[in-house]
Write a protein that binds this ligand. Structure first.
Ligand code: GLP
Length: 236
């Protein structure tokens, strides 16, 4: 594991964007696993800037996102599909049909999850997975649990996650109580993993996840078993 500490969010974002752009330059048809939340916003902004300068070409890239709220479709401005379109995809030359986000409105969410995993497999797996980390150690929406769940599945969001994510909604009651998330198998089978975290509030959970015991009660701790993980942390 490489653990990189920087002193500003801007540096974190530039370094993460550098790693992603190197991936796309070296393998133009990369499968990128992408994340939402506030942490990757600066990374996406930087990648857009470099795309506009002509430095990166996303035309052959395929993306698979980690998760989606159950019950929100892509027209809902709180959905992760909407987030990805507006903060990234609409500003680069990735083909929309090559961008995948689990469908939180699918009638059969179990079938949706199984199909999502099969699709990732059919793409040859993920080349580079970008992750954030929740305050309780969740990655994607894999919440603390008694087991690591392998497949893409529906989760009940924990109270602390609902609270943390309510900052994006009008109030806490509007935060969906469930989500569909990529499971640990697709994440752990990614060839490379890049986890970004910023803010002093994340320091404790990063220590637990990367230097504590491997336990499903700290979902990100499973990443200690992955052979190619880079963590970039900025305290500010
Ligand atoms: C959400 C997402 C996660 C993300 C987490 C942290 O719960 N499902 O993928 O890592 O938020 O978000 P932030 O980066 O805003 O702290």
């Amino acid at each position: 594991m490489k653990f990189i500490t920087v002193d500003t969010y801007d540096k974190l974002s530039r370094q993460a964007a550098n790693i992603i752009s190197a991936q796309v330059i070296l393998k133009p048809d990369s499968v990128l696993g992408l994340a939402t939340g506030s942490s990757p916003l600066g990374t996406y902004k930087q990648l857009i800037e470099w795309y506009e300068k002509g430095d990166i070409d996303f035309s052959q890239v395929t993306s698979v996102n980690l998760d989606e709220y159950v019950g929100l479709d892509g027209t809902n401005d709180q959905s992760y599909r909407y987030f990805m379109d507006n903060n990234f995809f609409n500003h680069i030359n990735i083909k929309k049909e090559n961008t995948f986000v689990p469908d939180g409105c699918a009638k059969d969410l179990t079938a949706e999850g199984d199909g999502y995993d099969m699709h990732i497999k059919s793409l040859g797996g993920i080349d580079l997975q970008l992750l954030g980390i929740g305050l309780d150690g969740h990655i994607g929406f894999n919440e603390p649990d008694s087991v690591f769940v392998k497949s893409t599945h529906v989760v009940d969001l924990h109270e602390s996650t609902i609270k943390a994510n309510s900052r994006f909604f009008a109030n806490e009651n509007e935060v969906p109580k469930q989500a569909i998330t990529m499971g640990m198998a697709s994440i752990m089978q990614a060839k490379k993993i890049l986890l970004i975290a910023n803010g002093a509030a994340k320091k404790g959970i990063l220590e637990k996840a990367f230097f504590g015991p491997i336990t499903p009660m700290v979902p990100a701790s499973i990443l200690q078993l992955h052979p190619d993980v880079t963590v970039i942390y900025s305290e500010n």
